[in-house]
Write a protein of this length. Structure first.
Ligand SMILES: NCc1[nH]cc(CCC(=O)O)c1CC(=O)O
Length: 298
C-alpha cells in the first residue's frame, strides 16, 4: 500500500477530522501517501430543513459509504455520532479515536450563560435532544431551527439571528474556536449525543491490507464506549427523529452509562443509568434502552 484514498465530507470540521486521522497514521506509517476525496452528502445538500424532518438515517454518511463500496475510496472518516447504529453489509468500523471533550456548549451574545439569558431569548438548534434538555432548564426561552456547518451557525449567531446557539464542544475545539464557548454543560445533567466527540474510520470488511493498517490506530477505550452507547442507540431504533442521548464512562474494568429518552410532544425526559463491567458493554447499553423505553410508556 503506497497510497490511501480517504473519503470525507467537505466541511471544515470534516477536513480537520480527516487531518487528525492522517496525523495518527503518519506516526506509524512513514511511507504511505494520502489523497483526500471530498464527497457531498444529502445532509450537506438539504440545508433548509431540520434533520428530524428530512428523516432517514445516515444522511451525512450514505454517499461516502457508497464510494467505499464502489472502491472509489479506501477508507472513510466520519463523526461517529452521525453514524446509524447498523453498519451496512460489507463495511466495518476499523478504528475509533480517543474521545475529544464530549460536552455540549452554549455560544451566545455577550458570552451569557444559559441562566443569564433574558426571558424570551431566541436559541438556535435543530436537535430534538438539545431542545428537550434545554426546555427542561429554560422553558421560557424560544427555540428556533438552525442548520448548516459550524462556521455557518456561528455566523448566524453573530449576525443577530439568535441570542445563543448550542454546539458540540468537540467541533469547536478541533477548529480552534474554544474561545467562543460561553458555557459547557455539566455532562451528566445535559447528556450528549451517542458517541459525540469520537471520530471513526470505516473500511471494507474484505480489505485485509487496509484493515491491518487502520486497526493500528484504534483506541480500545473508545471502542468499548461505542459498543455500549451504540447498543443503546440501536435498541431505541435511534435516529435524528427521536430525542435521545447517552454518556458512558470507563474506569479500569468498570463501566457506567447514563441515558435519556425524550418525548418531543410533551417535552418529558426519561432517564436511567447502568453500571457493570466492560465485558458487558453492549448488554448494558441494551438494558438502559429497555429501561428508558419502559419509563416512557408508563
Ligand atoms: N451533527 C453534526 C455534527 N457531527 C459531529 C459534530 C461535532 C463533533 C463530534 O461530535 O465529534 C457535529 C456538530 C455539532 O453537533 O455541533
Amino acid at each position: 500500500m503506497n497510497k490511501l484514498k480517504i473519503g470525507t465530507r467537505g466541511s471544515k470540521l470534516a477536513l480537520r477530522q480527516t487531518e487528525i486521522i492522517i496525523e495518527n497514521l503518519k506516526k506509524l506509517y512513514v511511507d504511505i501517501e494520502f489523497e483526500i476525496i471530498q464527497i457531498k452528502t444529502t445532509g450537506d445538500k438539504i440545508l433548509d430543513r431540520s434533520l428530524s424532518k428530512i428523516g432517514g438515517k445516515g444522511i451525512f454518511i450514505k454517499e461516502i459509504e457508497d464510494a467505499l463500496l464502489n472502491r472509489d475510496i479506501d477508507i472513510a472518516v466520519h463523526s461517529l455520532k452521525d453514524m446509524p447504529a447498523e453498519v451496512p453489509e460489507g463495511l466495518v468500523i476499523a478504528a475509533y479515536t480517543e474521545r475529544e471533550d464530549p460536552t455540549d456548549c452554549l455560544i451566545s451574545k455577550d458570552n451569557m450563560k444559559l441562566d443569564q439569558l433574558p426571558r424570551g431569548s431566541v436559541i438556535g438548534t435543530s436537535s430534538l435532544r438539545r431542545i428537550c434538555q434545554l426546555k427542561a432548564l429554560r422553558p421560557d426561552l424560544e427555540y428556533k431551527p438552525l442548520r448548516g456547518n459550524i462556521l455557518t451557525r456561528i455566523k448566524k449567531l453573530d449576525e443577530g439571528e439568535f441570542d445563543a446557539i448550542v454546539l458540540a464542544s468537540a467541533g469547536l475545539i478541533r477548529l480552534g474556536l474554544q474561545n467562543r464557548i460561553a458555557q459547557k454543560f455539566e455532562i451528566n445533567e445535559f447528556i450528549p449525543a451517542v458517541c459525540q466527540g469520537i471520530i471513526c474510520v470505516e473500511v471494507r470488511n474484505d480489505d485485509d491490507e487496509v484493515l491491518n493498517i487502520i486497526k493500528a490506530i484504534d483506541n480500545k477505550v473508545s471502542r468499548i464506549i461505542a459498543e455500549c452507547e451504540r447498543s443503546f442507540l440501536k435498541h431505541l431504533n435511534g435516529s435524528c427523529q427521536i430525542p435521545l442521548g447517552a454518556y458512558c464512562q470507563i474506569n479500569g474494568n468498570e463501566l457506567f452509562i447514563n441515558g435519556i429518552l425524550g418525548d418531543s410532544e410533551s417535552g418529558s425526559l426519561y432517564r436511567d443509568s447502568m453500571r457493570g463491567t466492560i465485558e458487558k458493554a453492549s448488554e448494558l447499553g441494551q438494558s438502559l434502552a429497555m429501561s428508558v423505553k419502559a419509563k416512557s410508556l408508563e
